[in-house]
Design a protein around this ligand. Structure first.
Ligand SMILES: Cc1cc2nc3c(=O)[nH]c(=O)nc-3n(C[C@H](O)[C@H](O)[C@H](O)COP(=O)(O)O)c2cc1C
Length: 161
């Protein structure tokens, strides 16, 4: 079974998740917006949070072009979209991933991580727009490595392992 984890990370928690996903047999791709948010942390929160609120989907840089994947996304059986939670929502870069993925891409699931371990608006949206897609939310994985252990169980339950 071919499995792909496409994720965004601003402050590095996503890297810990990606390492674990690799161990679990996923190929991984980290996407990056052409112009990612920058500046002091407070500005990042405000800018990024506002983008997430209005469901922005920034242009991704060339190396993140999902229409030119080799092999193409359609050849994967499972595609897990990974995102930090911003203002209870998916990150803008994850919105871009969802917009760019071809319809025929593999079975979609969501791997989320958040400072507080909750993502109410993201869950609401996934339920509505991707009914049946499995979701896991972890609490700040770089500080709580035990959270990553949930991934194996989650993927086994979803028959992704
Ligand atoms: C713009 C922004 C908004 C955030 N909003 C939330 C939030 O609503 N709830 C929460 O629990 N954590 C929130 N966080 C914290 C991140 O979800 C958390 O630190 C996550 O692990 C970061 O992942 P990363 O290091 O891969 O970027 C926010 C962080 C940023 C930068």
């Amino acid at each position: 079974m071919k499995k792909l984890f496409i994720y965004y990370s601003l402050t590095g928690n996503g890297e810990a998740v990606a390492l674990k996903m690799k161990e679990l047999g996923f190929e991984t791709i980290r996407v990056k917006p052409k112009r990612d948010i920058s500046g002091p942390f407070f500005f990042k929160i405000m800018r990024g949070g506002f983008q997430a609120l209005r469901k922005a989907s920034p242009k991704l840089d060339g190396s993140s072009d999902l229409t030119r994947l080799d092999p193409p996304a359609s050849e994967y059986d499972v595609i897990a979209v990974g995102s930090p939670v911003w203002f209870a929502r998916l990150s803008p870069a994850a919105n871009s991933v969802l917009k760019t993925l071809p319809e025929k891409a593999g079975k979609l699931s969501f791997v989320l991580w958040a400072g507080g371990g909750e993502a109410p608006k993201a869950l609401e949206r996934i339920k509505k727009e991707y009914p049946g897609a499995p979701v896991i939310i972890m609490k700040q994985p770089s500080e709580n490595p035990s959270e990553l252990e949930k991934l194996g169980e989650y993927l086994t339950e979803q028959d992704h392992a």
